[in-house]
Design a protein around this ligand. Structure first.
Ligand SMILES: NC(=O)c1ccc[n+]([C@@H]2O[C@H](COP(=O)([O-])OP(=O)(O)OC[C@H]3O[C@@H](n4cnc5c(N)ncnc54)[C@H](OP(=O)(O)O)[C@@H]3O)[C@@H](O)[C@H]2O)c1
Length: 328
């Protein structure tokens, strides 16, 4: 059975998703709509992904014959697709624009696959209750640790157990900075500037280095595993800007490294630099992410992988899409 999908957001992730679908699932998925901030492309018989990508490169998307001046809810009304894939920018305070898109899609009886964190930080219970009422699925693997299959593993492999706590490295940029500081002995400011030059850190690095991005992901983990009551304000948060090369050296002499660890349990949530034993599974280098579950029966499970990148995020979203339940 082929599914019709709408992709909201045609940036790094949205384009990678379109490419992944066209390469890996052309017989199973038909992309009928793609939305940008300025309008959308719609063709009920299926959009030509190669043409869209070529037009994106050439800056001529708006000249395509299938271009419409609709916002995402309007596109969803017209498209009557079965799945919304949301890869719009994220606002963790309002959840927008993803929240409106997702609630609208759910209202139309669509399943949802999302990469945007905002809706699951700002309105987790609202989204999940709306989905339950409509009998649709909402998947959000890509929101936490990119390609690392945290929620998929929980769904398929952890049903016979109970999560006691979860912690890990949820922000690749800050992990890259700490790793490079340790490796070179250079200061935070110097490595940050280098990371910005290489494109590993944003021009405004605050969300990465002050722990906000990791905190948002932690809230999504907590909402999934410890009831949907957690909000961003619940996270006690300290970033990495005060970590010095001297502190990293001292830690190394004692057999430790310093990581920006995000930790959640039913007792509370925190993000802060912590000593991690050098041989620990959480002592991952560079931009890698790691997520560790402490379980009642299985004890400890650790997943390690890439937490960002268009292709990596698309892999998680495509898996979410291809494992949705079949609908009549
Ligand atoms: N990049 C990653 O590695 C990664 C990893 C995991 C999760 N995510 C999440 O995935 C989402 C997308 O990330 P990205 O890196 O692809 O961002 P991006 O490159 O900035 O792309 C965002 C896209 O969304 C479109 N957009 C903005 N406002 C919109 C609106 N109101 N309606 C419809 N489309 C709108 C933009 O339109 P224009 O083209 O007109 O600007 C653009 O096409 C974010 O929420 C991000 O946090 C990203």
């Amino acid at each position: 059975m082929s599914r019709d999908v709408v992709i909201a957001g045609f940036g790094t992730v949205g384009r990678a998703v379109a490419r992944a679908i066209s390469v890996s699932a052309p017989d199973k998925v038909r992309i009928v709509g793609v939305a940008k901030s300025t309008g959308c492309l719609f063709d009920a018989s299926g959009l030509d992904v190669s043409d869209l990508l070529a037009r994106h490169e050439a800056g001529t998307l708006q000249e395509a014959p299938v271009w419409c001046e609709w916002d995402v809810p309007h596109l969803l009304d017209e498209a009557r697709a079965s799945v919304l894939m949301d890869a719009t920018p994220t606002d963790i305070t309002t959840g927008e624009p993803g929240l409106t898109n997702i609630l609208h899609g759910i209202g139309l009886g669509m399943d949802v696959v999302a990469a945007t964190k905002g809706p699951f930080v700002a309105a987790f219970t609202r989204v999940m209750e709306a989905a339950r009422e409509k009998g649709v699925e909402v998947r959000y693997e890509a929101t936490v640790a990119g390609a690392v299959p945290v929620f998929s593993m929980a769904r398929s492999c952890m049903r016979g157990d109970r999560v006691l706590s979860v912690d890990g490295i949820l922000n690749g940029t800050s992990n890259y900075i700490l790793s490079k500081m340790e490796e070179t002995g250079a200061s935070f400011d110097l490595i940050l500037a280098k990371a910005q030059e290489l494109g590993y850190a944003e021009a405004d690095p605050t969300a990465d280095v002050e722990g906000g991005d990791a905190a948002a992901k932690l809230v999504i983990l907590a909402n999934t595993f410890f009831g949907g009551r957690w909000s961003y304000e619940d996270v006690a948060r300290v970033g990495i800007s005060a970590v010095t090369p001297e502190a990293l050296e001292l830690a190394r002499d004692e057999g430790f490294t310093i990581k920006l660890l995000a930790s959640a349990s039913p007792e509370g949530l925190e993000v802060r630099p912590q000593l991690v034993p050098r041989g620990s599974a959480l002592a991952v280098p560079g931009v890698l992410n790691a997520v560790r579950f402490r379980m009642e029966r299985a004890k400890e499970l650790v997943l390690i992988g890439r937490g960002a990148g268009g292709d990596e995020t698309a892999a998680a979203m495509l898996n979410d899409l291809l494992t949705l339940p079949e609908r009549a």
